[in-house]
Unconditional design. Structure first.
Length: 227
């Protein structure tokens, strides 16, 4: 059996702001193509959660980076296990989101997670979503997409998601939280969220998730030879 050189394994990198729908689109594209899927934001969420569980101050960059390096994780289709505990729900709360965004601003935390993310590049291919998938983690990705939507559309989607899960959510508060996170993720010194010149822009403000998935699959067929 021949092993493909990693660089030839196709990667579809989808970056974008909070609640743009990139996770849903990336997962569905991965399923349609039979590719692996990486939710890179989960790693920052897990780092912040693990640090808090170990009593580490989230302002202490070196100690948080140490936590990131030694994360003990198991990923399953529908859950993630940290040190033997199912934390799938705990990493999705609003405070977990803000904490993830805070620790993600530390350069040493980001570099501690780099190789772990690259290890997801396994045949037949990978779809990944985050903020720096195309700029830092997989700069040679065969297809790069910047997926966004207006703040109002994103806040409305997030509010509905929270309500569906039985949480109370006030649209105005959600807008404020999204803006805080967008601001931090876009203005940090390392790997800020931005659209690259060679990335396709996909604005989902006015289109359904189905149409967004279809558009990504069309681009994938145009740009990835093996499809
Ligand atoms: O995609 P998400 O909302 O689950 O990400 C949570 C936080 O993690 C986000 O506010 C910024 C950070 N993040 C990052 O800095 N780089 C990534 N590739 C993914 C997420």
């Amino acid at each position: 059996m021949t092993t493909l050189p990693t660089a030839t394994i196709p990667v579809i990198a989808i970056d974008g702001p909070t609640a743009s729908g990139k996770g849903t689109v990336a997962q569905r594209v991965a399923t349609a193509l039979g590719f692996h899927y990486l939710d890179s934001g989960a790693l920052y969420r897990l780092t912040a959660l693990a640090a808090l569980k170990q009593g580490v101050d989230l302002n202490d960059e070196n100690r948080v980076a140490e936590v990131a390096r030694s994360l003990n994780l198991q990923f399953f289709a529908d859950k993630v296990i940290l040190d033997g505990e199912d934390v799938s729900e705990q990493i999705r709360t609003e405070s977990a989101s803000q904490n993830a965004s805070r620790v993600a601003a530390f350069p040493t935390v980001r570099s501690a997670l780099t190789e772990r993310q690259r290890a997801f590049r396994v045949a037949p291919g990978l779809v990944c979503d985050g903020r720096d998938m195309a700029s830092v983690i997989f700069p040679d990705a065969q297809l790069k997409i910047f997926l966004t939507a207006s703040v109002e559309a994103r806040a409305e989607r997030r509010t509905n998601q929270l309500k569906q899960k039985g949480n109370s959510a006030i649209l105005a508060d959600v807008v404020k939280e999204l803006r805080t996170r967008d601001e931090r993720d876009s203005n940090r010194q390392v790997a800020p969220l931005r659209k690259l010149d060679d990335a396709y822009l996909l604005d989902t403000t006015e289109i359904s998730a189905d149409s967004a998935v279809e558009q990504v699959l069309d681009w994938a067929k145009d740009t990835i030879q093996s499809l």
